[in-house]
Every structure is written in C-alpha cells, then in structure tokens.
Design a binder for this molecule. Structure first.
Ligand SMILES: Cc1cc2nc3c(=O)[nH]c(=O)nc-3n(C[C@H](O)[C@H](O)[C@H](O)COP(=O)(O)OP(=O)(O)OC[C@H]3O[C@@H](n4cnc5c(N)ncnc54)[C@H](O)[C@@H]3O)c2cc1C
Ligand code: FES
Length: 277
C-alpha cells in the first residue's frame, strides 16, 4: 500500500543565507520521473524532513512555473531548523507535498494585486509575485509592501529591485524606526502606518497579507478604511501541523483543517471560525 507519510528524496542544489537567521534552499527530486511530473500551486506548502532531526512545514516559495526544482526559505527557530541550517549542496532531504489549497490566482485574474508582507513572510508572497509577473496580462497593477525590523532582516532584496523595475509594479520597502542604516532609501515606519500614507488605490483590488499577528491586526483596519472588503483580503495561516493531510487533527480550527482546507483563507472566511485561529 502507498505510504502517504513516506517522503520523496530530494538533493540540495543550493543554499543562500539571507539574514543572520534566514536561509533559502533549492532542491530537486532525485527521481527524474518525479521531477518531470511534479506540479503545485503557488501558496501550497510541503513537509520537509531532515533525517534524524524531524519534519517541518514550509511554504514552497518558488513559482509554480519554474520546473525541475523547488525552493523554500526558513528561519532558524528550533530543533529541525537548527539541523537544516547545517545542510549544503549535495545533501539529501525528504519532501512530502504539495499540500493545502494555495492562492486563488485564477479568481484574482483581472484584479489589482496588493501584497503586504512582514519579516519572514516575504517567501510565501514571493512565489505569488513571480507567478503574477510571469502571467502579466492576467493581472492589473501590482503593489508589494514589504517591511522588516531592520535592513539586515529584509529577505530577497535583489528580487524587490527587479520587481520595482517592471511596468505597473510598485514596491514599497520599510523598516521599523531605528532599523534603518545611513544608506537606506526605503521608508521608515511600521507596515500599517506606511500603508496608510502610501496612497495605494483599493479599486478592483485583492490583498494578500502575511506576517506576525500584531502586524496583521493593525493592517486590516487600514485596508478596510481603504475600501477593501474582508472577502478580498487573504492570508496564509501557520498553525502547527503534524501530518499536513487532514488526518491527525493537530491543525484544526473548529470544523476546518488548516492543512487541507487552507492554509489560505480570506478574512471573511476566518471571521466565521472560532477566534483562536
Ligand atoms: C503552512 C505553514 C507554512 C509555513 N511556512 C514557513 C516558511 O515558509 N518558513 C519558515 O521559516 N517557517 C514556516 N512555517 C513555520 C515552521 O513550520 C516552523 O517554524 C518550524 O516547523 C519550526 O521547526 P523547528 O523544529 O525548528 O522548531 P521547534 O523546535 O518545533 O520550535 C521552535 C519554536 O518555534 C515555534 N514554532 C514551531 N512551529 C511553529 C508554527 N507553525 N508557528 C509558530 N511558531 C512555531 C515553537 O513554539 C517554538 O517556540 C510554516 C508553518 C506552516 C504551518
Ligand atoms: S496537520 Fe494533521 S490534520 Fe492538519
């Protein structure tokens, strides 16, 4: 019988250190047939395992249009991520997935897209930005507002520069007060305040907001004031998970399994769930 918990073996192709505690990893399937047939939706996640250390949940942060490899980005926080920090090119890791619903990119066609990310939230937003840019005719204006505590905590700064040069794309970078350097040319301020003064139009728009709960809490009223309905504002939840496939009940929130029914929800959907999500 097919074992749903058995990971596929992946070879680490490249590792890039972004900040003192964040790295991204590029991996490819060891089985060429799997590498050829594998597909996913942007916004989906996987269970990544390090043999002897355990399994962790990370978003796939590469675009679903990029074939032959996957990328994920992680912050060193505990047992598995400490071990993962030590891996390098040529090492083998396990992967189960893709899991979850992903972003409703088809439903967002014809809309202006507002991406708002805080800190380590840039990787799950990055895949959607690349996807939208690679399918440019299907989407309207793209705004990316990305903030971190300090300049050295910003991940993928080169890609932010690349996006900023594209047509109908506006990239707003910000760092918390005190987190700027003398060379910093971005904004200084907390994400909700920067959004408030940015003059972004909410007309025909959807927003994807990912970041720490406190940032989300203060950003939602600003989006609402701009005119966005809660059905047009989405997030991706990071409830702790074990199986990733709706079997263990670790991630559930009322009747909803975040791993299977999410992790992507609109705030209108979340408003109908118990408050502890
Ligand atoms: C759908 C989903 C997508 C995710 N995507 C990413 C990603 O792209 N990049 C990334 O760095 N992390 C992501 N996470 C969080 C990541 O899974 C955990 O940080 C990671 O599993 C910690 O593993 P660990 O063994 O190193 O830490 P542990 O030793 O298990 O824990 C270390 C500390 O981190 C806390 N922690 C562990 N898991 C979570 C969690 N899910 N939420 C909040 N705190 C947690 C623990 O309470 C503890 O304080 C995602 C989680 C989910 C559910
Ligand atoms: S992680 Fe097991 S049910 Fe969601």
């Amino acid at each position: 019988m097919n074992n749903v918990y058995k990971p596929d073996l992946m070879e680490v192709v490249d590792v890039h250190q972004h900040t003192p505690d964040v790295k991204s990893v590029k991996i490819r399937f060891q089985d060429p047939a799997l590498a050829e047939s594998f597909t996913f939706r942007v916004g989906q996640f996987g269970m990544f395992s390090l043999f002897g250390a355990g399994e962790s949940t990370f978003n796939i942060c590469s675009s679903s249009n990029w074939k032959g490899f996957l990328e994920f980005c992680f912050r060193k926080t505990g047992r598995v991520t400490e071990s993962l920090w030590q891996t390098g090119p040529g090492d083998t890791i396990g992967f189960r997935g893709p899991y979850g619903n992903g972003y409703p990119m088809e439903a967002w066609e014809g809309k202006n897209l507002i991406f708002i990310g805080g800190g380590i939230a840039m990787p799950p937003i990055r895949c959607a930005v690349w996807y939208a840019l690679e399918n440019r005719a299907r989407y309207g204006n793209i705004t990316v507002l990305y903030g971190a505590r300090t300049v050295k905590d910003l991940v993928y700064p080169d890609e932010l520069d690349t996006w900023a040069k594209q047509e109908r794309v506006r990239v707003i970078r910000c760092v918390d007060p005190g987190g700027e350097t003398p060379e910093w040319t971005g904004q200084v301020g907390l994400i909700p305040h920067v959004l408030e003064r940015a003059g972004v139009s909410a007309e025909n728009s959807v927003a994807l907001v990912i970041g720490p709960p406190i940032m989300i809490k203060f950003t939602l009223p600003v989006l609402s004031k701009m005119g966005l309905a809660s059905a047009d504002v989405y997030t991706s939840l990071e409830n702790r998970m074990k199986c990733g496939i709706g079997k263990c009940g670790r991630c559930n929130c009322g009747p909803v399994y975040v791993c299977k029914d999410g992790p992507v929800f609109s705030f209108e959907q979340l408003s109908r769930l118990p408050a502890d999500y």
